[in-house]
Design a protein around this ligand. Structure first.
Ligand code: 5GP
Length: 213
C-alpha cells in the first residue's frame, strides 16, 4: 500500500481579509496538487456573476441554511458580511477517513469552531496583505462588487486581521508565487508530522525486528 494512503487526512484552513489573494492561492494550490479537495461551503449570499452553484458555493435560502444548522450538518458556520456561511460536515469526515486533504477558505470565526471540533487534524494559515492600499486595489480589480460592498470589506478587513495570532502560520502575500510556495512547504511538513503517519510504528517494529532485511 502506498504510504500516503495510510496517512490521516489534513484539514487546511486559509483565512485572510478578502482581497489578500487567498482565492488565487487556493486555486493554484489545487492545480499543483489535485489530491487536495476544496470544502464547498453553503451560503445565503447571492451568487456573483460567473459563480456556479455546487462549485463555488452551495447557494441556499435562509430556510435551507437554518435546516442545515438544525440537522447538525455543518461543522462550523458564521455570519460574514450579513450573510451566513458554513462548511458541510460529511465531506470532512469522508476526507479524514480516506486520508485525503481538504482545504477551507473560511473566516476566523469558522476556524475557531473547526479548531474545537477537529484540533489535531487542523492546520491553519493566515494570509496578510502587504498593506491596506494594496488590499483596496485588489478589491477594486475584481470589479464585481459595488462601492458600498468594497468599503464594507475594507472596514471588515481590520477586524479579520487582528485574529492572525490564533493561526498556526502567518504569511505576507506580497508575491503570489512566493506565498504559494510557502503554503506548499507548510503542507509538505505538516503531512510528515508523526501523528499523521500511523503506519510508521509498524514500519519501525519491522525495522527493529529484522534490522538486516
Ligand atoms: P465571499 O463572499 O467573498 O465569497 O466570502 C466572504 C468571506 O466568507 C471570506 O472571508 C470567506 O473566507 C468566508 N467564508 C466562506 N465560506 C465560509 C464558511 O463556510 N464558513 C465561514 N466561517 N466563513 C466562510
Amino acid at each position: 500500500m502506498e504510504r500516503n494512503q495510510q496517512r490521516r487526512g489534513l484539514l487546511i484552513v486559509l483565512s485572510s481579509p478578502s482581497g489578500a489573494g487567498k482565492t488565487t492561492i487556493s486555486r493554484k494550490l489545487m492545480e499543483a496538487d489535485p489530491t487536495i479537495g476544496m470544502s464547498i461551503s453553503a451560503t445565503t449570499r447571492p451568487p456573483r456573476p460567473g459563480e456556479e452553484d455546487g462549485v463555488d458555493y452551495h447557494f441556499v435560502t435562509e430556510q435551507a441554511f437554518e435546516h442545515l444548522v438544525d440537522e447538525g450538518e455543518l461543522a462550523e458556520w458564521a455570519y460574514v458580511f450579513d450573510h451566513r456561511y458554513g462548511s458541510p460536515k460529511e465531506p470532512i469526515k469522508d476526507a479524514l477517513k480516506a486520508g485525503r486533504d481538504i482545504l477551507f477558505d473560511i473566516d476566523w470565526q469558522g476556524t475557531q469552531q473547526l479548531e474545537t471540533a477537529f484540533g489535531n487534524d487542523l492546520v491553519s494559515i493566515f494570509i496578510l496583505p502587504p498593506d491596506m492600499a494594496e488590499l483596496e486595489r485588489r478589491l477594486r480589480a475584481r470589479a464585481t462588487d459595488s462601492e458600498e460592498v468594497i468599503q464594507g470589506r475594507m472596514r471588515r478587513a481590520a477586524g479579520e486581521i487582528v485574529h492572525w495570532n490564533e493561526y498556526d502560520y502567518v504569511l505576507v502575500n506580497d508575491n503570489v508565487e512566493a506565498c504559494l510556495d510557502e503554503v506548499k512547504a507548510i503542507i509538505v511538513a505538516e503531512r510528515l508530522r508523526k501523528h499523521r503517519q500511523p503506519y510508521v510504528s509498524d514500519l519501525v517494529r519491522k525495522l527493529v525486528e529484522r534490522p538486516n532485511d
